[in-house]
Design a protein around this ligand. Structure first.
Ligand code: AQP
Length: 329
């Protein structure tokens, strides 16, 4: 029998997690645990590529661990660990930065262009080389598939290119991974501007719903969400992207397929639709937050420590081979 595929993914503790992070990434991880060998990381070194508060980062690392657990990640089935606790990630990132990664590729990364904006020369080198560290995260574990939201697909493709170039230079040493992106919900859009993705670091608080948002606040955000012209409920992402986004959120959190929703809301208007969606979101958040609040800091720390030991053993063995092939051992 073939051994199960290895899956790796992570979230950076750069803010409160949104329902976009949940729908696009974490919810699909949960489904994979019974089928694959899963490794899920809190990728904290990615969160220091932009300005941050050390105390807040520390708090968020445990918070995200609890979010993984509350979402249904089971540490008996999956390895859950903090990236910085396994130093081989940064070691491999250095090696890949020297072999397999080109400046021209990094300059093309949409996320770098979005985050650096007009100041491409004045942001940190880390923000620029972030995708190389992400490639190291993935390649260190012989990962075959990386479940991510649509915005991270480009980075996984770069990891593939880096692995292929490294293999061309040193012989087959790295597994070439593929991205797994949901068909629906891979890109949840901002509630205030459906042309932008929902992002945890957006400056407009009405654009996102945090998994830990106050329930009344979350409901208000849904009621305030922008809608397109027209009054009927129809799924037309090209012409009515705001409504399509709300239908996607409803479908994903309320477990009802979009065609079914469109049918159920025939003859009803935006007001009724949004009120019901606010209830669906509230119900989801209440259930999620109950689970989250029942996980202690000690439990989360124990999960991270056990995950560290398991990840470190894999990383140590892989890096020993990499050091040999590049000629430093
Ligand atoms: N809006 C989204 N819809 C679907 N999936 C999303 N993801 C992020 N936003 C959406 C997916 O969540 C996972 C973790 O993302 P990340 O923390 O590594 O960083 P990101 O992709 O840059 O997400 P954010 O929320 O926009 O963070 P900030 O604001 O800090 O940059 C990934 O799989 C991502 O695709």
């Amino acid at each position: 029998m073939n051994s199960p595929k290895t899956i790796f993914s992570g979230v950076q503790p750069s803010g409160n997690l949104t329902i976009g992070n949940y729908i696009g990434a974490i919810s699909q991880w949960v489904e994979m645990q019974d089928k694959y060998r899963c490794i899920f990381s809190i990728v904290d070194y990615h969160a220091i590529t932009v300005k941050y508060q050390p105390e807040e980062l520390k708090k968020r690392i445990l918070e995200i661990t609890k979010i993984y657990l509350a979402a249904g990640i089971d540490p008996k089935k999956s390895i859950v660990f903090q990236q910085s606790s396994v130093p081989e990630h940064t070691e491999l990132a250095w090696i890949l930065g020297c072999s397999g990664s080109y400046i021209a590729d990094l300059k093309k990364m949409t996320q770098f262009k979005d985050k650096a904006g007009e100041k491409q020369d004045a942001v940190s080198v880390g923000l620029f080389t972030y995708p190389v560290l992400m490639a190291a995260d993935i390649l260190l574990y012989d990962t075959q598939a990386v479940p991510v939201g649509d915005d991270q697909k480009q980075h996984v493709e770069l990891a593939r290119d880096i692995a292929k170039r490294f293999n061309n230079e040193y012989g087959p040493s790295l597994v070439v991974p593929e991205a797994i992106v949901r068909k629906e919900g891979a890109r949840i859009m901002s509630l205030s501007d459906p042309s932008k993705k929902m992002s945890k670091s957006d400056s407009n608080a009405n654009s996102y719903i945090f998994l830990l948002d106050d329930i009344a606040v979350a409901k208000k955000k849904i009621m305030k969400a922008v809608t397109d012209s027209g009054t009927d409920i129809d799924y037309d992402p090209a012409n009515r992207p705001a409504l399509a986004n709300l239908l996607t959120i409803y479908s994903q959190l309320g477990n009802r397929q979009i065609p079914r929703l469109v049918k159920d809301y025939q003859g009803k208007g935006y007001g009724e639709f949004k009120k019901d969606l606010a209830e669906v979101v509230a119900k989801f958040l209440i259930d999620f937050q109950n689970k989250f609040n029942n996980i202690s800091d000690e439990e989360a720390k124990a999960v991270l420590e056990s995950g560290r030991q398991q990840a470190a053993a894999l990383a140590r063995a892989k890096m020993e081979k990499i050091r040999q092939v590049i000629g430093v051992r």
